[in-house]
Every structure is written in C-alpha cells, then in structure tokens.
Write a protein that binds this ligand. Sequence first.
Ligand SMILES: CC(C)(COP(=O)(O)OP(=O)(O)OC[C@H]1O[C@@H](n2cnc3c(N)ncnc32)[C@H](O)[C@@H]1OP(=O)(O)O)[C@@H](O)C(=O)NCCC(=O)NCCS
Length: 188
Amino acid sequence: MTAKAGPATRLVRWNGGEMLARLDDVLAVYVTAMNYSPEILSIRRGFVAGHTRRSEFRAVATLEEGTGRVLGFGYGYLSGPGQWWHEQVRSGLSDDHYDRWMGDAFELVELHVLPRAQGTGLGEAQLRALLDGAPGATVILSTPEGESRAWRLYRRLGFVDVLRHHLFPGDERPFAVLGRPLPLEPGR
Ligand SMILES: CC(C)(COP(=O)(O)OP(=O)(O)OC[C@H]1O[C@@H](n2cnc3c(N)ncnc32)[C@H](O)[C@@H]1OP(=O)(O)O)[C@@H](O)C(=O)NCCC(=O)NCCS
C-alpha cells in the first residue's frame, strides 16, 4: 500500500469543558462524517453536552495545523446502568455476557473524521489515543452493520462481536455491538 499524505495535523486530548467549547465544530464533523441531516443537530447537541458530564468522560480531536479546524474527534466514558444505550445493549445480552462485556466497560460513543481527511490513519490514531489509559476492563461500541471503513478499523484493532443485528428504537438500521478487552496493546 502506498501511504497517502494527509493534512498537517495535531492530536489533542480534551476534557468535557474543552469539548463543549468546540461543540459546534464537533457536531459539524459528526453530521458530515455520518452524512446526517443538519436537522438532527439541535437534538444531538443536548445529548452530547450531557455526555461530557458522565463518569470518566474523555475526548480526543485532530486539529488542522495553522487553522486549528477540527478534522476529527472521538469520545467516550464509563458505561453505566440506567443510561439509554447501556440498557438497550443489556436487553440483548445474557447475564453472563452482560457481566463480561458491560460490567466494567468504557463506551466508545463517537469516532469520526471528516471525509476529506479520511484514509490516512487519523481515525486509528484518535482511537488509540482515546483508549490509551482509558478506564474499564473492556471497550464497547455500536456501529451500523455492513462493510465500512469503521468496521475495517475495529476489526484491525481486535474488536469482536458482542451482539449483532441489534435494532435500537428510532433507527431502522441494524447495528453491531463490538468489543475488546482493555488495554489495547500498542501497535496491534
Ligand atoms: C471510521 C473513521 C473514524 C475512520 O477514520 P479514518 O481516518 O478514515 O480511518 P483509519 O485511521 O482506519 O485509516 C483509514 C485507512 O488509512 C490507512 N492508513 C492507516 N494508517 C495510515 C498511514 N499512516 N498512512 C496512510 N494510510 C494509513 C488504513 O490502512 C486504512 O485503510 P482502509 O480503511 O482502506 O482499510 C472514519 O472513516 C469516519 O469518520 N467514517 C464515517 C463515520 C463513521 O462511520 N464513524 C464510526 C461510527 S461507529
């Protein structure tokens, strides 16, 4: 494979307050990367702002050198009982599976890179940085079923199936829940 040159970038870590300060930029990356309608932004904004206050919240972002533009970001926190996503996934798991995968889990909530900056390893760098020192015995996430760059990345980093073809209320697309033990070995 010939390495594709990307823009000059800088990877930064953000706490909740720092991500809130760039919330407009983060949400713009989110809707562009996911190809969602901007109409969902007002609802999503409230959810994301609330996430920054959850236990062990941590975020990373890729900034363009010079301009400081946000080219990508990722965030997560400790997944806990009572949270909407946590309970949705729990409903699809046996008790044993739940204890194993969700008893002490870091939830990767969002990971996105602007289309123009994809394909040069920024997403992988963001994921590695986010998981470096993250709390929890496992990391878990959900992603739409079907071949995608996100799937290739997660498989490459050793994520395995936790739950497949799960339907979340309000979304017609089936999702896979994937997970792996923590820590993630460097260079895996
Ligand atoms: C998923 C996503 C975050 C991955 O980010 P990315 O920067 O595009 O992806 P990666 O870091 O995995 O790198 C992508 C490619 O660059 C290659 N690459 C990795 N390191 C590289 C490097 N140093 N130099 C050049 N290429 C490199 C990888 O081999 C990979 O190839 P492949 O995807 O063809 O297999 C991004 O594609 C995205 O935002 N997608 C849309 C939103 C989405 O699906 N988010 C996840 C929802 S769960």
